[in-house]
Design a protein around this ligand. Sequence first.
Ligand code: AMP
Ligand code: FE
Ligand code: FE
Ligand code: ZN
Length: 292
Amino acid sequence: MSGDMLFRGPSDLHTHSRVSDGTESPSRLVREAAAAGLGAVALTDHDSTAGWHEASGEAQKQNITFIPGMEFSTRYGYKSVHLLAYLFDPLSADLVAETARIRESRLKRAESIVRRIGVDYDLDWDDVLAQTTPGATVGRPHIADALVARGHVPTRSEAFTGILHPRNGYYLPHYAPDPLLAVTLVRRAGGVPVIAHPATRGRDAMIDEQHLSQLVDAGLFGLEIDHRENTDDGKVRLRELAKKFGLVLTGSSDYHGAGKPNRLGENTTADEVLQAIINEGTGSSPVYPGAR
Ligand code: AMP
Ligand code: FE
Ligand code: FE
Ligand code: ZN
């Protein structure tokens, strides 16, 4: 191993704060990351960079490395594809416009879902607002939390398998760009795109090889392999695809605070892989321990 890495691991490259659908503030999340023994953490809120400033300030206090990131919502046909993006320029105009469009559509969609649920259950928009911090990227998890607060379901997870599941008729999609556009925008902003949890069970299962090859041509850099929702068979396939297309493989928790059972550091990314991501990213910089 070369001696010139500016960070130390272990590294968790996929986490969510209250800026999207996590339950902790960015600074609390970073404190918890340090307490969990992590040496580096990326904040990857859905479609937003609004937590970067707070998280990077706390990382300096905690003496751990902060990697700026985001989980970009995209859609391929009926399939939702999540694209992790690291070290991009948060002021890149095209990227900012696209994520603003997604967040606005998410807001309208959530209001519509709540109106539909409100026909059958005691629930209104104020219940959801009470679960959301101002400016946050709104998603079904906030509706789930409102359903829990109203006593309609016991947990966020049970809201997802029940009332919020598409089969139950309240679900609506939101606008999301094609993955190819998202990869292109991230690269143009100097960022490093990695597909999140690409091998989950069911509806959003495994990306096909021909499509993957297009994304690689557009600049895709990696695949998130070590994630609790990837299946064992899927991980075998991801390893083959990474080798074939020259992609890096990452691992992470997808921590959402109390919103999901995922714990910080339950999966981590190899130091040399994070170094490769850092070498590739030019739109923003990691914040290293001891930096001023
Ligand atoms: P949305 O993007 O608004 O459709 O909501 C999807 C988000 O809900 C994902 O980013 C997950 O974080 C979260 N989510 C999905 N399934 C579950 C579940 N079973 N329990 C808790 N959170 C979930
Ligand atoms: Fe989420
Ligand atoms: Fe995701
Ligand atoms: Zn996530």
